[in-house]
Design a protein around this ligand. Structure first.
Ligand code: HEC
Length: 210
């Protein structure tokens, strides 16, 4: 074999090797997994909730106070993170996930025509309805809150995003009443909203102390 022939072959081998290395690099860039910042959740909540502490996710938000002044338009903007998998219009199609019109107040896993995961079905069996508390916990960390759910979404870390999102969902045909504000709640972000909440369709059980 002549020198020239050998060089050609060696060159071809080298080029193939380089191509493989290059492809590997490229693949690792494309499939680079974004690290999930789990610790951030608890810290954010603890800060927002003041003395409530990290474990007090549910009691940290007084729905009767925050919902009447929540920013529904901002919630609709947050919903851009959901529309690859969910439709929000009345009678809208199920996509990867179920249509979400009127989801506040329905039994979890009960939207017609949706093939739910066993995880969500099991959750629906023990949970009468989607309300503010459990939606808040689910939207914070879906797969942590309902093990086995096939909603592969990282969650909404900011409390205001979840509040606005839930207010937006509530505006979509939900009849679930907004509770009266907690009488002696610590100064919340929207504390001045107390009078407006009275006008809401809540079963006015107790008037909040002035
Ligand atoms: C990657 C796709 C995907 C994204 C993004 C996503 N979801 Fe989901 N969602 C699903 C799937 C799939 C289900 C059904 C889960 C199951 O069966 O376990 C679901 C279920 C739900 C449910 C329960 C509905 C019911 O009928 O019980 C709610 C509420 C919900 N999603 C809200 C949201 C919101 C709000 C967002 C955006 C902040 C969002 N999802 C983003 C895929 C997604």
């Amino acid at each position: 074999m002549s020198d020239l022939g050998f060089n050609k072959i060696a060159g071809a081998v080298l080029a193939t090797g380089l191509a493989i290395v290059g492809l590997k690099e490229l693949t690792s860039v494309i499939y680079k997994v974004e690290p999930v910042e789990k610790p951030g959740y608890a810290i954010t909540i603890a800060e927002e909730a003041g003395e409530g502490g990290a474990a007090a996710v549910e009691v940290a938000i007084d729905w009767g106070t925050v919902l009447p002044t929540a920013d529904i338009a901002a919630g609709e903007a947050v919903a851009k993170k959901c529309i690859s998998c969910h439709s929000f219009n009345q009678g809208g199609a199920n996509l990867v996930g179920p249509n979400l019109y009127g989801v506040v107040g329905i039994k979890p896993g009960s939207h017609a025509g949706m093939a739910y995961s066993d995880g969500l079905k099991a959750y629906g069996e023990k949970t009468p309805a989607w309300g503010y508390e459990n939606l808040n916990a689910f939207l914070l960390a879906p797969q942590k809150y309902i093990s086995g759910t096939k909603m592969s979404f990282v969650g909404l870390k900011k409390p205001e995003d979840r509040i606005n999102m839930i207010a937006y969902l509530h505006s979509l045909g939900s009849t679930l009443p907004i509770p009266a504000p907690a009488p002696a709640s610590a100064p919340a972000p929207a504390a001045e909203a107390a009078p407006a909440a009275d006008a809401a369709a809540a079963p006015a059980a107790e008037k909040p102390a002035a």
